[in-house]
Design a protein around this ligand. Structure first.
Ligand code: TYM
Length: 329
């Protein structure tokens, strides 16, 4: 039986954090067992926000190292850079002709970007979701693993497919969004989404050193209502408890920690120390594999070159079908 296909992408922002990992990368890795997977470094998307583009190469390399270290297997899975497969820009143009402008300007993700970069509301920013739809549709992906912040873009992609297929025939495939059980990871402030764009220490990177992990965890916000150890804690609103549960893999033990926290026998500082130790251990194999890949940077670029060649085969085929459907002469 033919395997289904998975596609996902991420902006080259450099080293990946726990939000990327628990929200998306963990699924990228798991889905390799059952699907043909295609994972893309979306450098063109990055241009919608980046003004200084000089770190793009380094960011791409660092991000792909993280993917490989997390378990993405380039012998099975296609890993490539978006701009190396230019067919995507042609599909982007064609999809743009069936996209009502109002759909784009009404998207909450667009409004957020306008707030974030009011001096740089470029044309590419408006078209961002169309390019993202082109990414997914070029590979006829059945499933797209992402964090919950990408949900509006996935819904937009599905609407584009319906509209395009109604006009030109059943050419494009409507993809399903795939979420992990932790589709939104909060940053160390315990309030905003873990992300790179905020001040540096709001995220923990997978490749952080044990010292950095300890420093960041010890500075993280826990239960905001708990000022002293003798105050009863509320693990259900404590971000450290949430993160701890994700790496612990032992529910009975987490239940005990929750009881100790509620009963004020386990203090936040003590709990953070415990979590930091376990996170360092959890990430140890990752750091090891990453260091091995980092000994041969050329191999990483070879993986990306090979990935682009494999991606182009699929991309050209879909693009031909789409052009025929649109009746381009
Ligand atoms: P990007 O680069 O912002 O993030 C990459 C992936 O990580 C997830 N993620 C999170 N999940 C949970 N909690 C968090 N704090 C967190 N931060 C990031 C994101 O949801 C994403 O899955 N528009 C996309 C890139 C893209 C794409 C695509 C994705 C372009 N084309 C086609 C899928 C399919 C983005 O900016 O992701």
């Amino acid at each position: 039986m033919k395997k289904g296909r998975v596609f996902s992408g991420a902006r080259p922002t450099g080293r990946q954090h726990l939000g990327n990992y628990f929200g998306a990368i963990r699924n990228y890795v798991a889905l390799q067992e059952e699907y043909d997977c295609v994972y893309c470094v979306v450098d063109l998307h990055a241009l919608t926000s980046l003004v200084d583009t000089s770190p793009l190469r380094e960011y791409t390399y660092e991000m792909v190292l993280d993917w490989l270290a997390a378990g993405i297997d380039p012998t099975r899975t296609i890993v490539f850079v978006q701009s190396h497969v230019p067919q995507v820009t042609e599909l982007y143009t064609l999809l743009g002709m069936t996209t009502p402008l109002g759909w784009l300007t009404r998207l909450p993700t667009f409004k957020d970007k306008v707030r974030e970069q009011p001096d740089n509301v470029n044309y590419g920013l408006v078209g961002y979701p169309v390019l993202m739809a082109a990414d997914i549709l070029l590979y006829k992906a059945d499933a797209v693993p992402v964090g919950i912040d990408q949900a509006p873009h996935l819904e937009f992609t599905r609407e584009i497919v319906r509209r395009f297929n109604a006009r030109y025939g059943e050419v494009l495939v409507e993809p399903q969004m795939v979420l992990t059980e932790a589709p939104k990871i909060l940053g160390l402030d315990g309030v905003s989404k873990m992300s790179k764009s905020l001040e540096k220490d709001n995220s923990i990177e997978l490749a952080d050193s044990p010292e950095d992990i300890t420093r960041k965890v010890m500075g993280a916000v826990t239960d905001p209502a708990r000022l002293y150890k003798k105050d009863p804690g509320h693990p259900e609103v404590c971000n450290i408890f949430t993160l701890h549960r994700l790496i612990a893999g032992d529910e009975a033990r987490m239940d005990q920690i929750a009881r100790d926290c509620r009963g004020a026998t386990l203090g936040c500082v003590e709990h953070k120390r415990m979590f930091a130790r376990e996170l360092i251990e959890f990430l140890a194999p990752f750091r090891e594999i990453r260091a091995k890949y980092a000994e041969h940077p050329d191999d990483v670029w070879d993986i990306l070159r090979d990935g682009a060649a494999r991606a182009r085969v699929i991309a050209s085929q879909t693009l031909d079908e789409v052009k025929r459907a649109v009746r381009l002469p």
